[in-house]
Design a binder for this molecule. Sequence first.
Ligand code: AMP
Ligand code: FE
Ligand code: FE
Ligand code: ZN
Length: 285
Amino acid sequence: MSRIDLHLHTTHSDGSFSPAEVVRLAHKATVTALAITDHDIVSGLPEAIETGAELGIEIIPGVEISSRLGNSELHILGYCLDWQDPELIQRLASLRESRHSRNPQIVERLQALGLDLTYEEVRTLAGTDAVGRPHIARILMNKGYVSSAKDAFDQYLAEGRPAYVERELPHPADAIAWIKSAGGVAVLAHPTWAKVAGEGLNELLRALKADGLGGIEVHYSTHTKRQTREYLDFAKRLDLLITGGSDFHGVTKPDIEVGTGRGGLKVSEKLLEPLKQAALGRRHT
Ligand code: AMP
Ligand code: FE
Ligand code: FE
Ligand code: ZN
């Protein structure tokens, strides 16, 4: 039975494989449809669409926008949007600006801690405008300062660690509105990041739904069975669409594979049609 994967990163943001490579990996993993969801950027889509057409894999245009609500960073996935919409492209460019003001400050902190690296090296390795902490983590790995990206986050880059610098982020309601105004469906990514479960998560989802949220990422590489069940239950109760994906990044998340996550991920192709219908305004508008 075929599977889909609606959460994938490429070299256009903090993934380490090009869009064409990601689509080829998906083909090998018997994925029939996939969404490229790079952080704050859609420039990887043309290459993915071209390779998808060659291999007979459907490519869903996507994006992942970071937002902040209180002390939680919420990631909002956008699906089936008009990725050539000039307003969307402009908004994503301004979101990337906050990366350019934050990242050099992270590098300065690392330098102050005695680590030898420059932001120029980070920019060169990234080779994209959507520069993220995983690129900094890769420089630290390449220089032997840390053994893995996880180690880089745990020691330096994660919230509360010595090189952490907060990034200016939009409110989730704004991220949702931008996705919707580009004709897309907005979905809450990896809901564990909300730092609330049970009634707290119920309240959050209700509020986000009032802001226009259309779905919740129920199936995800690191979800336990219990989490998957809880999110499925919320989706049903609140009439939210169900999505799922691996959040593949390549070298910075080496345990995660396209299509199968940590091995047990299986996202059904049946989830695709409702998502497309929602984007056409037939549901969850
Ligand atoms: P940024 O968008 O620059 O703030 O970086 C956040 C990104 O770093 C997330 O979207 C993840 O892709 C990645 N990330 C966060 N924590 C970890 C971790 N412990 N190990 C590897 N990657 C991580
Ligand atoms: Fe990422
Ligand atoms: Fe994310
Ligand atoms: Zn992601």
